[in-house]
Design a protein around this ligand. Structure first.
Ligand code: GLU
Length: 313
């Protein structure tokens, strides 16, 4: 996948402007376990960014991938967020209860002729760096198929508030799965539909999702919905550079030490909180975070080692 920072394309999809809409942000955890350090950083960064601009902050449970769900973790994540002093607008939306919206979007894309059925297995595509268009003219085999979105021959320009400008050639990203072979709607489609329906103007999330952004922008364009502003926070890594969010060894956080955990997360976000803040209750620390939020301190930072956390890990 190409990821370059200079625009050379003639056909470029620029991120749309939502300057006039009131700020709406969100935190969209997958309930695949307890809230861990990586997701606390995403929650804190998106919350502080929203509240510092007088914006709304929504919580959405991304529970479409049934194979990865852990029973009870959605409730545990929400309880932890509350213990840490986070509050959100409205009720928590669960993607598993919103499939009619994804079905409708898929029908729209199908009617536009931008989808195709794909019979390729993961194993068959193992050696490819991106999907090579194998089933564009029709599935190679009978049996269950996934649905892919046929990416247009365009380049996408992501103007990230923190990570700068990144340009992607969509054909090198490949046709993305929007409904899986098991019938489940895929994250890339659901996130676009939900961000649009929930009026999200600002997506603040981990930098592991930066490479997903060109697909999401391409889907937004096809569905004729606005493109939010993006800010990708540094990914918290372990010493070996392994992604925490995807790791079984994710650094756990301790709700009984919420203040220290929040202080540590603020440190990872390079907000340089004053030392005396560490012993304050969570609400005071969150208040400080919103009043003193300086996202520019994260400009260009893609990764931050968990070791920089320096509190309970
Ligand atoms: N559910 C995704 C995750 O937990 C986040 C998706 C997003 O913020 O767009 O990694």
């Amino acid at each position: 996948m190409s990821d370059v920072s200079v625009s050379t394309a003639t056909a470029t999809i620029a991120t749309g402007s939502l300057q006039s809409s009131p700020y709406t942000g969100r935190f969209a955890p997958s309930p695949t376990g307890s809230l861990h350090l990586g997701s606390l950083v995403a929650a804190l960064g998106s919350f502080a960014d929203a509240r510092s601009r007088g914006g709304r902050w929504l919580v959405r449970m991304e529970d479409l991938d049934r194979g990865r769900l852990v029973a009870g973790s959605a409730a545990s994540i929400l309880r932890t967020l509350e213990l840490f002093g986070f509050s959100w607008e409205g009720t928590v939306e669960y993607q598993s209860a919103r499939t009619q919206h994804y079905a409708q979007a898929l029908e729209t894309l199908r009617a536009l002729g931008t989808t195709f059925e794909c019979s390729c297995s993961r194993r068959e595509l193992e050696s490819e760096t991106f999907y090579p268009g194998t089933c564009r003219a029709g599935p190679r085999r009978t049996g269950p198929t996934a649905v892919r979105f046929r990416v247009p021959e365009e380049r996408v320009r992501v103007e990230d508030r923190l990570q700068g400008i990144h340009e992607y050639t969509l054909s090198e990203c490949g046709d993305v799965i929007i409904r899986r072979r098991d019938g489940a709607f895929a994250y890339q489609l659901a996130v676009v539909v939900d961000d649009a329906l929930q009026g999200v103007t600002d997506v603040v999330r981990g930098a592991d999702l930066l490479p997903s952004t060109p697909w999401q922008i391409a889907l937004q364009r096809a569905l004729k919905v606005p493109t939010p502003r993006y800010a990708h926070l540094p990914l918290v890594t372990e010493l070996e550079g392994e992604k925490l969010a995807k790791s079984r060894r994710s650094v756990a956080i301790h709700p009984q030490a919420a203040g220290r955990e929040l202080f540590g997360a603020l440190t990872l976000l390079n907000q340089q909180p004053p030392a005396e803040l560490e012993s304050e209750p969570p609400a005071v620390i969150l208040g400080w975070a919103c009043a003193n939020w300086r996202p520019e301190r994260l400009a260009g930072v893609r990764e931050v080692p968990a070791a920089a956390y320096g509190t309970s890990v």
